[in-house]
Write a protein that binds this ligand. Sequence first.
Ligand code: APR
Length: 307
Amino acid sequence: MKKITVVGAGFVGATTVQRIAEKELGDVVMTDIVEGLPQGKALDLMESAPIEGFDVEIMGTNDYKDIQDSDVVVITAGLARKPGMTRDDLVKINSNIVGEVCENIKKYAPDSVVIVVTNPLDIMTYIAMKKTGFHPSRVFGMSGVLDSARFATFVAMELGCSARDVDAMVLGGHGDTMVPLPRHTTVSGVSITELMDDDTIDRLVERAVNGGAEIVELLKTGSAFYAPSAAITAMVESIVRDQHRILPAAVFLHGQYGHEGIYLGVPVKLGANGVEAILELDLTEAEQAMLDKSAEAVKVGISTLDI
Ligand code: APR
């Protein structure tokens, strides 16, 4: 049985634990800084096992010793965005939290694959790579699966078709500079550029780019967690079941797409050891320019860090 740790027992963390348990991807340890919170949610989830019929252990703890030898660690600890707050406002607070979490991952789960979820995602993933000292193939961020799912949802709503048949591709940073690729977004193999006019596509792209903020505005007291936890679980599944799925993720670039030394969302192959390959798509000039802009925003964020 694989061992999966989820750090942070908030909305994203606890919902992720639920999805992982219901899919029986492994035994789960949920940690949080708040005493009783991970223990209470873990016990509540375990009490759903007789009804849901899953057969994995869920443990809640405040002690990092319990994450010992985890195969996968998901980091959701941090502050969620409040209305009006950009992801970048969170840098200072969340970088301290992620830094502390990563020192413990390095100590207790030195062979793990680490998935970062805490925002601002591309910068937090960079911090996690630096603080763990792990090879970048074992430290990456969840962004593209969520952003693509949002874009796919809006395409399905527009066409009135099943979301299952929509495959979307979104590159770039997890934020206002993300780069949805309509050319590579398909409905049962047919590009949406053949199914919709440019204005409609632009409108859906705009909504996908603002997808996180749209939820924050509605919830008022927190940010999205159902779709994020589904996206995390798909990545965890590809790792623990060694599925080699092709999914967009925030990975460390060393020359791909013309960028070096930063984390940026691109399609990768995900298996038991983490990122097995980075796929390089041929981009149009306009797409490349958008990706460069996104990379620039991430670079500026990283340059403000004191690590
Ligand atoms: N160690 C462990 N857990 C911590 C720490 C820490 N140092 N600091 C905070 N936490 C915990 C909080 O106690 C809280 O339970 O992280 C949890 C965060 O949960 P929520 O506030 O519910 O936030 P959530 O909606 O789950 O989002 C978490 O994911 O999508 C991103 O932008 C989002 O960065 C945010 C993260």
